[in-house]
Design a protein around this ligand. Structure first.
Ligand code: FUC
Length: 769
């Protein structure tokens, strides 16, 4: 039992009280990165770098989030609309393979691929001098968002700090050298700055002494190159001697130097590439160059901490946390290293802040970081799970602002997707399929087995509704509603009647990437689609009611919603993935996608106490699918087991995620290869073990594993607009504070008991035992 105590009795808990902030928020290593997944990511949402920490040569691999292949294009297939009725007929007749053949012939987008995310190139800092170094350490502070490298060569200690400032829109590199003792020979450094790129590009030194990499992106498929880009490097402070040659800057006999890196492309919007990257960079550098290093750094830290500092977490401590981060991963035993889970949790928050800030692009399959011209899966937005998963931790870990680029993407898609809906389906509203890119392509790509899935846009719309639930602001809802309404209109116009049951279903579709018969995914009304459409309709109905709009439209939605296919339990007791019970015969029983479980997580259609029969089906499906999967698929399973309130099972899945097969030395998630969704899904999963709020109540410690007997967390968010702090000992909650609107009544569940609590005049309520 717990009791509500008078607020004034509970001293305010300082955000970091009792927390080992520095220990649990630093990644560190004893040697430079030898491969990309050992390098440390920095980013300001738009501009990013991977810092290798080399001694003789420092490599900063640079990214700018609008440097993608190709240019604006319209992928609608002119043959699609005429083929659509025939495809539907074939599906209704059970001729799935033939339907797929026709999709391949006449329904796929043109081109059938989307644009890849590309790399800018590298800044290389080559040091002159002897090689044998000692006392090497490189680290990434999640608390300050600064990468730091320090080492000694002979009588000189070298230090470098790098960060990507959202305030000043530059990457800042500070190099210093000093003698180890005041009496020793004072260490100086000499170094050369150079650049390289895989893009069609050239390198020059400009009249201001800037080192300039300028070039174009590449075309892809039939879409020609349309972007120009520039990265510009300027030394803004040094006590050394600066000279240049045709393609380098040389600095001699310095003890300090501050370097600013700017980068921009000609991208303005998905349909406009008329920007001037040189003008942008010159303006950015002119604004930043007069600030000294401390001012740049302090402004960066303050801005970053405004977001990062909202949540503090402590899951316990052990000797393992004294080890360098790569050794902790290699040992791969999180049971003996509870702080590793806390580090992973905070790293996910760090990565989201660093790759998704208002004004920039949404976090793609690699967030912001990519060293090639064609990364795995093009580094795109895969919207049949991956992009959505990127944003799972955003609201609950108190980073609501980071969703803004996703909302811009949805808004853009509502335009490109409206044309796709009209051209390929003859429908109103808007549609997006399983991928999109910088140009907001909305068509079915990558072949019919993967691409003919019309629910990508509808799933993205969940993020809008969740944003509202976590911070119920009618102004935001008024902006979000037309986007949701357009997505819903598409389904009102395109749903068909399933001839066997009479349910309203989408057709053609598929259950993401999962074959129900060998080589065949084509289907109508798969479970995930019906769940997503049900959510979308319900969210529109609720929004319209709150905003006092569209009574006619919502009555149509209500009528259609009531005819959608229900969730079904199949012959093995599992939640059924398709309209027909094909689950037991599907060739890949342990398929990574668990699309049909969307209804249980991230959605709240199926809840533990609200729909127990369906929950039994969810559990059965999860058991059949098994725990071992790829990075993001492991993270999804983690969230599902946390929602099942099975702490030990959730913990085992988390241990898989944190081990060396799923996590690289720099803590990037291994799908493999690297894909950032597992990091974000992992952060969401750890949160889900500690706090849930999907079922109309705030549940404290719903899936706390015995491996974390003592801990605390501050600043998590709950639906309804609440912020929650908790401490526990011996696996039992010791105190919690919930903050929100004064006078609000909130249902709180702990240890299976629900109580209603009222927030006091100061907007908080506390409980303890
Ligand atoms: C989906 C997944 C793959 C990969 C890709 C980016 O196609 O099934 O595993 O994550 O997206």
């Amino acid at each position: 039992m717990f009791r509500q105590i008078a607020n004034h009795l509970l001293a305010a808990v300082s955000l970091t009280a009792g927390l080992h902030a520095a220990d649990s928020s630093t990644l560190w290593y004893r040697h430079p990165a030898t491969q990309w997944v050992e390098a440390l990511p920095i980013g300001n949402g738009r501009l990013g770098a991977m810092v290798f920490g080399g001694m003789q040569m420092e490599r900063l691999q640079l990214n700018e989030d609008t440097l993608w292949g190709g240019g604006p294009y319209d992928p609608a297939n002119p043959a699609a609309r005429a083929a659509l009725p025939k495809i539907r007929q074939l599906i209704a007749a059970g001729e799935y393979a033939k339907a797929q053949d026709l999709e391949q012939q006449s329904f796929m987008a043109v081109p059938e691929r989307e644009a890849p995310y590309e790399t800018v190139g590298d800044l290389l800092i080559t040091m002159s001098g002897p090689e044998a170094a000692s006392r090497y350490r490189r680290e990434l502070s999640l608390d300050r968002a600064i990468a730091r490298t320090e080492f000694q060569i002979g009588g000189t200690i070298y230090a470098r700090e790098c960060f990507a400032s959202a305030v000043d829109q530059v990457i800042v590199v500070r190099l210093t050298s000093r003698a180890p003792t005041p009496n020793a020979y004072s260490g100086h450094m000499s170094f050369t700055l150079g650049m390289q790129s895989q893009e069609p590009s050239g390198i020059t030194v400009g009249p201001q002494g800037d080192l300039i990499l300028h070039g174009t992106n590449t075309g892809f498929d039939t879409v020609p190159s349309a972007l120009t880009f520039e990265s510009r490097v300027r030394i803004v402070q040094t006590d050394g001697t600066v000279t240049t040659d045709a393609a380098h800057i040389h600095v001699a006999d310095a003890t300090s130097a501050t370097i600013l890196i700017a980068a921009a492309t000609s991208f303005q919007r998905y349909d406009d590439v008329s920007g001037d990257p040189t003008a942008r960079n010159l303006q950015t550098l002119a604004a930043a160059q007069h600030k000294d290093y401390d001012a740049l750094r302090d402004a960066h830290i303050a801005d970053y901490r405004r977001l990062f500092g909202r949540v503090a977490i402590d899951l316990g401590h052990s000797a393992a946390e004294q080890l360098p981060t790569d050794e902790r991963i290699r040992v791969g035993d999180p049971a003996r290293d509870p702080a590793l889970a806390a580090l992973y949790f905070q790293y996910g928050r760090y990565l989201l802040i660093s790759s998704s800030r208002p004004g920039g692009q949404a976090a793609n399959l690699q967030g912001l970081w990519n060293d090639g011209l064609y990364p795995p899966w093009g580094g795109k937005y895969t919207i049949n799970i991956n992009t959505e998963m990127n944003y799972w931790p955003a609201e609950e870990t108190n980073l609501a602002e980071c969703t803004e680029p996703l909302f811009t993407l949805i808004d853009d898609l509502s335009h490109t997707g409206a044309k796709m809906a009209r051209d390929q389906y003859g429908a109103g509203g808007w549609v997006a399929h399983h991928n999109t890119d910088l140009w907001r392509a909305a068509g079915p790509v990558d072949g019919p087995l993967w691409g003919v899935w019309p629910c990508g846009g509808a799933w993205l719309c969940d993020a809008l509704w969740e944003h509202y639930l976590f911070n119920p602001d009618p102004v935001f809802l008024a902006r979000a509603y037309p986007l949701m309404k357009g997505a819903a209109q598409f389904f009102l116009d395109t749903l068909v009647v399933d001839p066997k049951h009479g349910w309203l279903v989408d057709s053609p579709s598929l259950s993401p990437e999962h074959e129900h018969h060998p080589g065949v995914t084509a289907a109508m009304g798969p479970t995930i689609d019906e769940q997503i459409i049900r959510d979308l309709f319900n969210h529109c109905i609720a929004s319209a009611r709150i905003l006092g709009l569209d009574a006619d439209f919502t009555s149509k939605l209500t009528a259609a919603r009531d005819r959608l296919a229900p969730n079904q339990i199949g012959g093995h007791g599992q939640l059924q993935e398709w309209l027909e019970d094909w689950d037991g015969q599907a060739p890949e029983q342990q398929h990574r996608h668990v699309s049909l479980l969307y209804g249980f997580y991230p959605s709240d259609q199926i809840t533990l106490r609200g729909t127990p029969k369906l929950v039994a089906g969810v559990k059965k499906t999860l058991e059949i699918r098994g725990d071992l999967s790829t990075g993001w698929a492991t993270a999804w399973r983690l969230n599902l087991w946390a929602r099942l309130e099975d702490p030990e099972h959730a913990y085992r899945v988390l241990a898989n995620l944190l081990g060396p097969e799923r996590t690289y030395p720099n803590l990037f998630d291994a799908h493999p290869p690297f894909q950032i969704d597992g990091n974000f899904g992992g952060t969401a999963g750890i949160t889900e073990m500690l706090l849930q709020s999907q079922a109309g109540e705030i549940e404290l410690l719903p899936a706390l594993p015995r491996e974390w007997p003592v801990g605390e967390v501050h600043g998590l968010r709950a639906r309804g607009g609440y912020t929650v702090d908790m401490s526990w000992r011996d696996g039992q909650l010791t105190s919690a504070t919930i903050r929100g609107q004064p006078g609000a009544k909130v249902k709180v569940r702990l240890d299976g008991l629900e109580s209603e609590m009222t927030l006091a005049a100061d907007g908080s309520t506390s409980l303890s035992r």
